[in-house]
Design a protein around this ligand. Structure first.
Ligand code: AMP
Ligand code: ZN
Length: 113
């Protein structure tokens, strides 16, 4: 998608602090971190949100969740971490490209809403 912020980060058109990349996913530090570690894991294929996940593209989601523990280990998140994906306005999604927030490095509060 030509007008998508995360597509532009994936191509390098917009700079980011990359922490991991392979042929399927790109991961970088959130510009407004909500925890000591706040990494965004982004499938390279443009999927707007979790409503756009289908049998045809769900392998990139599975792969994202294979990568997330590797990132957590590299970040030293031995005490655990949280994975969050916002979908739509009520969840506060601000970038319409599917992504997984990986949060850790402190005891996270338990509020879910
Ligand atoms: P969401 O609100 O779930 O759509 O998450 C979007 C996230 O992208 C937010 O946590 C933002 O802080 C983050 N973000 C926005 N622009 C950038 C950027 N240029 N580089 C890194 N993170 C960004
Ligand atoms: Zn995109």
């Amino acid at each position: 998608m030509s007008d998508c912020l995360f597509c532009k980060i994936i191509t390098g058109e917009i700079p980011s602090t990359k922490v991991y990349e392979d042929e399927t996913v790109f991961a970088f530090r959130d510009i407004n971190p909500q925890a000591p570690t706040h990494v965004l894991v982004v499938p390279k294929v443009h999927i707007a949100d979790s409503n756009g996940v289908s049998a045809e593209n769900s392998a990139v989601v599975a792969h994202s969740f294979e990568v997330i523990p590797k990132i957590a280990q590299a970040e030293g998140l031995t005490g655990g971490y949280r994975v969050v994906s916002n979908c739509g306005a009520d969840a506060g999604q601000t970038v319409q490209h599917l992504h997984f927030h990986v949060l850790g490095g402190k005891t996270l509060n338990l509020e879910m809403a």
